[in-house]
Write a protein that binds this ligand. Structure first.
Ligand code: 5AD
Length: 441
């Protein structure tokens, strides 16, 4: 076996899992390829958050198995959240599938591949071993890019949101010990990573299993580590966001002025049906306290429209919230019923798909105009910009402002080193990006 190919769907956790799979295979002396036809091993890292993504997984497997005709050596591994849900069923449904591996079992990948290659065994590795039983080797992680290092701090989720499949696919919450986290951050910093992103489905619910200190303490510890230029974290759960955590934004300039804070709906009635455990008043209050310590922070959110029982009035409340909060960016989705979740069994009327579609479009249009306004309002401001890429047009590069906005700029006489930070003044605000000019050029 010489080359492997990884396809990734879904959230940052999946992205990181793919980076781990890549690192683990590379340790075996096998190289990644971007050409699926060259691969002797295909790993499909699937996402089950919405039905469409989950369906896509099986159709991809269908496409991949055809490649076995030309390459009888080819192994196909079904990984990620759909794999976790499907388990044995997947082996029956896809006769030449070679193995199934859930998200909590990524560390076992080399053994699973070996079992198939040497002994012909089609392993199904799903379920959730205790954290201490899991194999996690951050040194064997093929980080993508050289600026942002992602660090998992908490796995799984114990919340009971009625729409969400994550507790089933990623299992119960398990926090990683603080010492392990700090060691991984230190490792990344010493390799020159400028930006650290702490990851978890409910990242701010982290607690040190040994000392019980909370996420505010961890933020403080990571932010004060020499070499951590930018610190960000996803995803925060509104109800778990304490004042101590808010205060960290005031205390550490390297905690980026960007926060993803999913609200899901602007209607208290719907929030209740969703089982979110907070109301819009709590959310508004939290946003206000955050903005008090960090004016100009860019907020983003997730919203679901067409949740069962959502009336026009509920939807209007969501529009109002979006107008009031003025998010810098957002993700909005049409509700999708997921197996094993409580929402499909709620005794309320489903929302007609056309209605949900219309609401989604209306929400996008509103946000688009807000985003354009906000971005136009940034014209004239100068941001420390992390240069991350080459632009599409010759003579240009792109970067990220601390508030995580994409900014395009001409570099002038000589390009900036990728990974360096330079000041860029905004000259134009577009709905989804900024255009600027480096102060130095
Ligand atoms: N239908 C639609 N959107 C969903 N999300 C989670 N579950 C569903 C579902 N069943 C959205 C939520 C979550 C984001 C990651 O995906 O908004 O915050």
């Amino acid at each position: 076996m010489k080359k492997f190919y990884v396809e990734t769907w879904g959230c940052q956790m999946n992205e990181l899992d793919s980076q781990r799979m890549t690192g683990l295979m590379m340790e075996q002396g096998i190289l990644p390829t971007r050409e699926v036809k060259e691969a002797d091993l295909i790993l499909l890292n699937s996402c089950s958050i919405r039905e469409k993504a989950a369906q896509k997984a099986y159709s991809r497997l269908g496409e991949y198995r055809l490649l076995k005709k030309d390459n009888p050596e080819l192994l196909i591994g079904f990984c990620g959240c759909v794999a976790q849900q499907e388990g044995e069923k997947a082996l029956k449904r896809v006769p030449d599938l070679d193995f199934v591996m859930g998200p909590a079992r990524v560390g076992e990948l080399p053994t699973i591949v070996e079992q198939r290659r040497r002994f012909g065994k089609r392993v199904v590795a799903t379920g959730f071993p205790e954290a201490s039983q899991r194999q996690y080797d951050f040194d064997a992680l093929a980080r993508e890019g050289t600026f942002k290092g992602m660090v998992t701090i908490i796995e799984g989720c114990n919340k009971k949101c009625t729409f969400c499949i994550v507790p089933q696919t990623r299992g119960p919450e398990q926090s990683r010990p603080m010492d392990d986290i700090l060691a991984e951050v230190q490792h990344l910093v010493s390799y020159g990573f400028r930006e650290i992103e702490l990851l978890g489905q409910t990242v701010n619910h982290w607690r040190d299993p040994q000392t019980d200190v909370d996420f505010a303490v961890l933020l403080d510890r990571v932010a004060t580590m020499p070499g951590v230029e930018r610190l960000r974290f996803v995803t925060s759960y509104p109800r778990d966001f304490t004042q101590d955590m808010v205060d960290q934004f005031g205390r550490h300039a390297n905690i980026c002025p960007y926060l993803h804070l999913p609200v899901q709906s602007g209607s208290n009635r719907i929030l209740k049906l969703m089982g979110r455990g907070y109301d819009v008043e709590l959310y508004y209050d939290l946003v206000e306290r955050i903005r008090r310590v960090r004016p100009g922070i860019a907020l983003s959110t997730d919203l679901i429209v067409g949740f069962p029982g959502e009336t026009d009035e509920d939807f209007q409340a969501t529009l109002k919230l979006v107008e009031d909060i003025r998010y810098g960016s957002f993700y909005a989705f049409k509700y999708s019923p997921r197996p094993g979740t409580a929402a499909p069994r709620l005794k309320v009327d489903a929302v007609a798909p056309e209605v949900a579609d219309r609401r989604l479009q209306e929400l996008f249009a509103l946000q688009q105009s807000i985003q354009s306004e906000i971005n136009r309002g940034l014209v004239g401001e100068t941001f420390d910009t992390l240069v991350t890429n080459w632009g599409k047009r010759p003579g240009t590069q792109t970067g990220r402002t601390p508030c995580h906005r994409l900014i395009h700029f001409p570099y002038g006489d000589a390009p900036f080193e990728l990974g360096s930070t330079t000041q860029v003044t905004v000259e134009e605000g577009l709905p989804h990006s900024l255009v600027g000019r480096p102060v130095a050029a």
